[in-house]
Design a binder for this molecule. Structure first.
Ligand SMILES: [Zn+2]
Ligand SMILES: [Zn+2]
Length: 230
């Protein structure tokens, strides 16, 4: 099994290369489908079996509709984010810090990027097992950033976490956008309890080791010490 780390505009996405099929975790910003299709060509694989979306923000589902057209792969998202994605929305909740500026500019960003709405083929819930699609992925509902934010756990070892945390400027919990801030630490604890070995964030070039994950969310890391410019 190999995991291809793709930079798809504003966010990262991951192509899981499993012998039984390919799975794509997140679909990047609008117009980035070529990067995914090119990667599939490079590895001589066309069997994309499923596209799982961590949450309904345009930098994560933006190329999903185009990729579904190109590959026939179904698109899956948690049921609590399905209607936002279906409308082409990106609910930003109650932003903090520089998230407020992004929210103020968001109508312009949305106009420029113009995400294509995606009606999901599959609405997911916590605990769902997607191994019938060829890749051993389980759904962990980790709400807060959006109501339907999910982590996808591959082979009980690797965690794709969307915007629950980021490694931009150093590893940290989500701190700019949330629908419900109180749920973010609780969701992080749900992820920690699974003790994943490696964490694949939605933003940031670095992956995170499981030991570092266990340290996140303590008062020292959340005060921003050492991570002030993230
Ligand atoms: Zn997001
Ligand atoms: Zn994002």
């Amino acid at each position: 099994m190999r995991i291809h780390n793709l930079s798809l505009g504003l966010a990262r996405a991951y192509l899981v290369e499993h012998e039984a099929g390919l799975a794509l975790v997140d679909a990047g910003s609008p117009g980035m489908e070529k990067v995914v299709l090119q990667t599939m060509q490079e590895i001589s694989r066309q069997d994309l079996r499923i596209i799982v979306i961590t949450h309904a923000h345009l930098d994560h589902y933006g190329s999903a509709a185009a990729l579904r057209r190109a590959t026939g792969a179904p698109v899956a998202v948690h049921l609590a984010d399905a209607s936002a994605m279906q409308r082409g929305d990106s609910p930003l909740g109650s932003p903090r810090g520089r998230g407020r500026l992004v929210k103020a500019l968001f109508p312009l960003i949305n106009f420029i990027l113009h995400p294509e709405p995606v009606t999901p083929d599959l609405s997911l819930d916590d605990g769902d097992d997607l191994s019938s699609y060829g890749v051993p992925i389980k759904v962990l509902h980790t709400p807060g950033h959006t109501p339907g934010s999910c982590c996808y756990i591959l082979a009980d070892r690797w965690a794709f976490v969307g915007d629950l945390l980021s490694t931009t400027g150093g590893p940290h919990m989500q701190r700019y956008f949330a629908q419900d801030w109180a749920m973010i630490p609780a969701s992080l604890n749900r992820l920690k309890a699974l003790h994943p070995e490696k964490i694949y964030p939605g933003h940031g070039t670095d992956l995170l080791d499981g030991e570092v994950l266990q340290l996140l969310g303590s008062s020292s890391t959340q005060s921003g010490a050492g991570y002030r410019n993230a």
